[in-house]
Design a protein around this ligand. Structure first.
Ligand code: BV8
Ligand code: ZN
Length: 239
């Protein structure tokens, strides 16, 4: 490794405006399993079976057991050199936007500033009754399913399949992508929309798109640079 990174490294070094999209792959080297692929299953359920309003309505306890398991795993994990490299990059760029599909909070713990959390935050809970929301970092949670002070059932503060993303967040993400000179796409299979749509959008908007993923994705053929190596290895050298 080294010399083949050079053109992308130079392009990134020159850019004033940078946007980044991350997915579960950036946290893989912290020991958190990705959703799709090996180790992504929990008791034979796929994320698409559990991260839905219908699954929660049917069996809130089962869905909470999955989130509880994930909360415990994430609480034992630490940010890795890829998360840290993005903190450095943010400090070096006049315009920088970090867009993440991850709910694990590792970008916060690494020290990233403003983070557009497209799919919410596993460390927040929301009441299905009164709509109140609050932070809760306990892992494991003492009782499942957790409840709100009003007596209502609480749910994870994340975005499930079929649910709208937080209001206005895609507009902010699109604006960052539109104005970015370089767009980094890190550790995402880019199959979940609307997040995945940001990749072709960046290309159409004229950004240099750099992908870092251990596998090829549907977008690998259209990006300017595609590095098929772990993010924790490539990103610190690129930044
Ligand atoms: C919406 C959050 C409308 C909670 C998650 C058919 C076609 C197109 C779209 C649809 C369709 N049918 C349905 C849809 C819409 C749907 C969708 O996209 N479905 C897909 C699956 C087809 N989208 C939605 O429903 C979205 N909402 O559209 O709303 C609307 C509008 C108005 C009003 C009402 C509704 C909401 C989507 C949110 C889903 N939430 N979960 C939680 O985490 O519990 S999704 C889940 O996937 C994860 O949270 C994650 O955020 C997301 C994306 O996954 P990735 O991060 O990419 O992870 P993955 O495991 O797939 O890939 C990891 C990658 O890392 C791999 O490529 C691997 O090679 C790589 N990797 C591994 N190790 C490393 C690495 N790379 C680098 N280094 C390493 N070391
Ligand atoms: Zn309530």
């Amino acid at each position: 490794m080294g010399s083949d990174l050079e053109p992308a490294r130079e392009r990134l070094a020159q850019a004033q405006a940078v946007a980044v999209l991350t997915g579960a792959g950036i946290s893989a080297e912290s020991g958190i399993p990705t959703f799709r692929g090996e180790g992504g299953l929990w008791k034979n359920f796929r994320a698409e079976d559990l991260a839905t309003p219908a699954a929660f309505a049917r069996d809130p306890r089962l869905v909470w057991e999955w989130y509880n398991w994930r909360r415990e795993m994430i609480s034992q994990a630490k940010p890795n050199p890829a998360h840290e490299a993005l903190v450095k990059l943010e400090a070096a760029k006049p315009r920088f936007t970090l867009i993440t599909q991850n709910v694990d909070g590792l970008h916060d713990r690494a020290g990233s500033g403003r983070i557009l959390k497209l799919h919410g935050d596993i460390w927040r809970l929301r009441c299905t009754g009164c709509g109140a929301h609050w932070p809760d970092r306990r892992a494991p949670l003492p009782t499942l399913p957790p409840h709100c002070g009003c007596g209502g059932l609480a749910r994870p503060g994340v975005v499930w399949f079929g649910e709208a993303l937080p209001e206005g967040i895609m507009g902010e993400a699109e604006h960052a992508v539109e104005t970015a000179e370089v767009f980094l796409v890190i550790g995402t299979s880019a199959v979940v929309y609307p997040a995945a749509g940001l990749v072709p959008y960046a290309k159409q908007s004229g950004a240099t798109v750099i992908e870092i993923n251990v596998e090829t994705t549907a977008f690998s053929g259209m990006v300017d640079f595609s590095f098929q190596r772990p993010a924790g290895e490539v990103l610190p050298r690129l930044v």
